[in-house]
Design a protein around this ligand. Structure first.
Ligand SMILES: C[S@@+](CC[C@H](N)C(=O)[O-])C[C@H]1O[C@@H](n2cnc3c(N)ncnc32)[C@H](O)[C@@H]1O
Length: 358
C-alpha cells in the first residue's frame, strides 16, 4: 500500500505522541546535570565573547563526570538536540561546524539560582519515579474505579505525602517554583489586592504566594492555612503566619481568601465543603480569589487548553474525584456554596484568575 501524505503524517503523529514522554525525560536529565545553569553562566561573560556553547564546552564544565570527554559529549549532544528540536534551546550551526546551544525564553524558566525562582523542581516532581509509577495504572483506575496513585502506593496522594518526607519535599518544591514565577506575573496583572488588610491562602504550600503578596503589599496580613506536616517545614516570611489546620474543618477569618490549585484536587462534594467554609469565614463583601486552569466547553487544541487536559489526567490519576473544570462548573459550585457570582478577571501562563463574590 502506497502511503499518502496524510497517511504518513497521521502515522508520524501517533508515533510521536507515543514517544513524547522522552521529552520530559530529556528535560529532567538537563536539569539534573545543571546544563541550564552552565548555559546561563556562558551568557554572563564579556560582551565580545561567544554566549552559546557546544556540547564539548558544556561537557568540560559538567560536575561529576567519570566517562571520557568524547563519550559524554556525544550523549549530551543527543539530549541537547532533542530539546532544541522542541524549541526549548537555541541551536546554531554554520555548515559543517559544531552546533552551539543557548537558552531561550522557555528554558530560561528552568534555570535554578539562589535568587530566581524556577520550574526545575516541577520537572523533577513530574519525572519522579513515584509520580511515573502511579501514571502506569490509569487504565486500571478507569476500569475498576478508584485512584491510580492509591492503587500503586497504597494511599491517596496527600496522605502519602504526609508519610513520605522526600516525596513531599519534591512536591512542595515543585509548587513553590511554579507559584513564585506565577506570582510575579499575577502581581503585575491582577489589581484586586490593594484594599485588603488580611488574606488567607488556603492550602498555600510553603507560603510562596503570600510571601509575594505581602512583599508587594506590606499592609496585608497573610495567613497560610496548611496541613501540619507542610507547616512544619515551611520557611518563615515577613507578614506571613503559617497556621496548621484543615480547610474541611475551619478556615481563618480574613478580608479575602486566595486559593491556587486547590479546587481541582477535589470532587464536587469536597469543593462545596471548602467553599462553604470560605463563605462562612468571609465578611459580607468578601471574595475568594481562585486561580485554576479553566477547561473550554468544547474540546480545543491550543497549548493552553492542552495544559489543562494534561493536568486533568494528572488529577484523574492522583486526586480522588479531582478534576479540571469549565467556567460553568466553577460557577455552579460557587452559587451552591452561597456566593452570588463568579467573574474571570484575567488569564496568563495558561491559568485563570477568578473572583467569587459573596
Ligand atoms: C496542589 S497543592 C497547591 C499548593 C499551592 N496553593 C500552590 O499553588 O503552590 C495543594 C495544597 O493543598 C494542601 N492541602 C491538602 N489538603 C488540605 C487540607 N485539608 N487543609 C489545608 N490544606 C490542604 C496540600 O498540602 C498542598 O500544599
Amino acid at each position: 500500500m502506497e502511503a499518502t501524505e496524510a497517511d504518513s503524517q497521521a502515522f508520524v503523529k501517533i508515533l510521536e505522541a507515543s514517544m513524547v514522554s522522552f521529552l520530559p525525560m530529556a528535560i529532567n536529565a538537563a536539569v539534573r546535570l545543571g546544563i541550564l545553569e552552565i548555559l546561563q553562566a556562558a551568557e554572563q561573560v564579556a560582551e565580545d565573547e561567544e554566549t552559546t556553547l557546544s556540547a564539548m564546552e558544556i561537557t568540560a564544565r559538567l560536575q561529576g563526570r567519570t566517562a571520557s570527554l568524547e563519550e559524554t559529549e556525544t550523549s549530551l549532544n543527543r539530549i541537547l538536540r532533542a530539546l532544541a528540536s522542541h524549541g526549548l534551546l537555541t541551536a546554531t550551526s554554520t555548515g559543517s561546524s559544531v552546533t552551539r546551544y543557548g537558552l531561550n525564553l522557555s528554558s530560561r524558566f528552568l534555570v535554578q539560582s539562589d535568587i530566581l525562582p524556577s520550574l526545575s523542581h516541577f520537572i523533577r516532581y513530574m519525572q519522579d519515579p513515584v509520580t511515573l509509577l502511579a501514571c502506569s495504572k490509569l487504565d486500571q483506575a478507569v476500569l475498576h474505579g478508584g485512584n491510580a496513585f492509591a492503587m500503586v502506593h497504597g494511599s491517596a496522594f496527600f496522605p502519602f505525602t504526609q508519610q513520605n518526607k522526600t516525596y513531599a519535599q519534591t512536591f512542595n518544591n515543585a509548587m513553590s517554583g511554579h507559584s513564585q514565577l506565577f506570582m510575579i506575573k499575577f502581581l503585575d496583572t491582577y489589581g484586586g489586592l490593594q484594599t485588603l488588610h488580611s488574606l488567607v491562602d488556603v492550602g498555600g504550600g510553603n507560603g510562596d504566594c503570600l510571601r509575594s503578596i505581602t512583599t508587594r503589599y506590606p499592609h496585608i496580613r497573610g495567613i497560610n492555612l496548611e496541613l501540619p506536616h507542610v507547616v512544619e517545614k515551611a520557611p518563615s516570611y515577613p507578614g506571613v503566619e503559617h497556621v496548621a489546620g484543615d480547610m474541611f474543618v475551619d478556615i481563618p477569618k480574613a478580608d479575602a481568601i486566595f486559593m491556587k490549585w486547590i479546587i481541582h484536587d477535589w470532587d464536587d462534594e469536597s469543593c462545596l465543603k471548602i467553599l462553604k467554609n470560605c463563605h462562612r469565614s468571609l465578611p459580607p463583601h468578601g471574595k475568594v480569589i481562585l486561580v485554576e486552569f479553566i477547561l473550554p466547553d468544547i474540546v480545543q487544541e491550543s497549548s493552553d487548553d492542552r495544559l489543562a487536559y494534561y493536568l486533568d489526567i494528572n488529577m484523574l490519576g492522583f486526586a480522588p474525584g479531582g478534576m479540571e473544570r469549565t467556567k460553568g462548573q466553577f460557577e455552579t459550585l460557587s452559587l451552591a456554596s452561597g456566593f452570588s457570582k463568579l467573574d474571570i478577571i484575567c488569564k496568563f501562563y495558561g491559568m485563570s484568575v477568578m473572583e467569587i463574590l459573596k
